[in-house]
Design a protein around this ligand. Structure first.
Ligand code: ZN
Ligand code: ZN
Length: 415
C-alpha cells in the first residue's frame, strides 16, 4: 500500500466523510428529489474553490476545477450517484433513515461521501501543483440512478452534460456487498447487463367458467408463454459465450374462480451482456409471444421498454484505472478481471458517450439488525448499510487516479 497516497486523506477528513455519509443516510431522497443532498454537495464544493453548477437534471450537481492557462489540458470526469430507494430501513443503526419508507439501501450515500472526500484532497493537490500545470476536473453528482431508463445519467446527458463539461475520460464506482472490504474490482469490456422491461397483454374473450367453448381464454397463452420464454435462453443463446436472463416478475389475470377473464398480463425483466444478444432476445420474445397468441386465438399487445444499456468499460481507461489501484493499494487488493454482473447501472449511458471505466469496491458483510452486524447483505435490502471503512479507500483511489491522469499531460494518450 502506498502510504503517500493514503495520507492524502487525514484522520479529520475521514471523520468528515463519515459525518457527511451519515447525514445523507439519515435524510434519504428519491430520484430527482435530492435537494438536501445536492445542497450539501454544492456547499462543500464551493468551499473548496470549485465552480458549482446546480440544477442539471433537476437535482444534479457538477463541480468543476480548472487550473493553468493552457486550454488543451486534460479533462477528467468522476461520477457519484446520490439517490435513495423506497425501502423501510431495518438496520437499527444510530444514523438510520429519518424519512419513513425511504432508505439508502444501495450505498449511494457512501459514493457521494467518497467523491466529496476526493474533491477536498484534489483541490489541495491543484493548489500545491501536484496535478500538473493545466487541467479540468469535473465531479459529476448524479441524481436518480435507480429510476430505470428515464434515470439521471441519461437526463444529465440530454441536458448537455458533456457539451458543457467535456471529458476525455470518465470513471464511476459502486460498492460491492459480500466482497472483501476495500478490494477493487475491474473488468474491461461488458461489465454490467442491459436491463429491459417487457409488458405483455393477451386479449381474449371473457365468459362463464362453466362454458369455456363460448369464451377465448387468455390465461392459456399467458401460461404457455412463461414456459416458452425460457426456451429462448436455453435454445437460442450461445451457452458458452453469452449471458441472458428472462425473468417473469408479474403474471396477472382474472378476479375470481368462475369467470374466464378478458385479458392476462405478463411483465418481464430481460438482461444481456452484449448489445447483439439484447437485440436477439427482443426479436425472439416478440416472436414467441405472437406465436403463442396466434396458436390460442388471442391478440397480444407487447410494450418493450429499453432500460439501461450494457455497461461497457473501454480497454485503455480500464487498464489505466487498474494500474492506479495496484500502485496505491498493492496488486493483491485489485481484481483486474472480475466476473461481469447481471445487475444494471445507468453510468452505461455516460460510457456510451465518453471512454472510461466503472469499477467496484468490496463492501464486506455489511448487514445490520437491531444496530448490530447481521452478516452478508445485498444492496436493496432493508438491513444493508454502506461500509464506512471504504470511505478513505475510495477517496484515496479517486485521488490517485486523478493524479496519474493529469500526469499524462501533454501526451493525452493512455499507455
Ligand atoms: Zn441500486
Ligand atoms: Zn446503486
Amino acid at each position: 500500500m502506498n502510504s503517500r497516497d493514503l495520507q492524502s486523506t487525514s484522520p479529520d477528513e475521514v471523520e468528515q466523510m463519515r459525518a457527511w455519509r451519515h447525514a445523507i443516510h439519515q435524510h434519504p431522497e428519491l430520484g430527482f428529489e435530492e435537494t438536501r443532498t445536492s445542497a450539501l454537495v454544492a456547499e462543500r464544493l464551493r468551499a473548496w474553490g470549485f465552480d458549482v453548477i446546480t440544477g442539471i437534471a433537476a437535482t444534479g450537481v457538477v463541480g468543476r476545477l480548472r487550473w493553468g492557462q493552457d486550454e488543451s489540458g486534460l479533462r477528467l470526469g468522476l461520477r457519484a450517484d446520490m439517490d435513495a430507494l423506497p425501502i423501510e430501513e431495518a438496520t437499527g443503526l444510530p444514523w438510520r433513515s429519518q424519512s419513513p419508507g425511504k432508505m439508502h439501501a444501495c450505498g449511494h450515500d457512501g459514493h457521494t461521501a467518497m467523491l466529496l472526500g476526493a474533491a477536498q484532497v484534489l483541490a489541495k493537490h491543484v493548489a500545491t501543483g501536484r496535478l500538473g500545470p493545466s487541467g479540468t476536473l469535473n465531479l459529476i453528482f448524479q441524481p436518480a440512478e435507480e429510476l430505470g431508463g428515464g434515470g439521471g445519467a441519461r437526463r444529465m446527458i440530454e441536458e448537455g452534460l458533456f457539451d458543457r463539461f467535456p471529458c476525455d475520460a470518465i470513471f464511476g464506482m459502486h460498492n460491492y456487498p459480500g466482497m472483501p472490504t476495500g478490494r477493487f474490482y475491474f473488468r474491461s469490456g461488458p461489465f454490467m447487463a442491459s436491463s429491459d422491461k417487457v409488458q405483455i397483454r393477451f386479449h381474449g374473450k371473457g365468459g362463464h367458467g362453466a362454458m369455456p367453448h363460448l369464451a377465448v381464454d387468455p390465461t392459456l397463452p399467458a401460461a404457455a408463454t412463461v414456459l416458452a420464454l425460457q426456451g429462448i435462453v436455453a435454445r437460442n443463446i450461445d451457452p458458452v459465450k453469452d449471458t441472458a436472463v428472462i425473468s417473469v416478475g408479474r403474471m396477472a389475470a382474472g378476479r375470481t374462480y368462475n369467470v374466464i377473464p378478458e385479458t392476462a398480463e405478463l411483465e418481464l425483466s430481460v438482461r444481456a451482456l452484449d448489445p447483439e444478444v439484447r437485440r436477439q432476445l427482443q426479436e425472439r420474445i416478440v416472436a414467441v409471444v405472437e406465436g403463442q397468441a396466434a396458436s390460442y386465438g388471442v391478440r397480444a399487445e407487447i410494450g418493450y421498454e429499453h432500460g439501461y444499456p450494457v455497461l461497457v468499460n473501454s480497454e485503455a481507461e480500464t487498464r489505466f484505472a487498474i494500474e492506479a489501484a495496484r500502485a496505491t493499494f498493492g496488486a493483491d487488493q485489485v481484481e483486474g478481471d472480475a466476473l461481469p454482473l447481471a445487475g444494471s447501472e445507468d453510468f452505461a449511458f455516460m460510457l456510451q458517450k465518453v471512454p472510461g471505466c466503472y469499477l467496484m469496491i468490496g463492501n464486506g458483510d455489511n448487514g445490520h439488525d437491531g444496530g448490530r452486524p447481521s452478516g452478508p447483505c445485498s444492496v436493496h435490502n432493508p438491513h444493508y448499510d454502506f461500509n464506512d471503512h471504504c470511505l478513505p479507500l475510495g477517496a484515496a483511489f479517486w485521488a490517485a487516479l486523478a493524479t496519474r491522469f493529469f500526469s499524462l499531460y501533454p501526451r493525452r494518450k493512455f499507455q
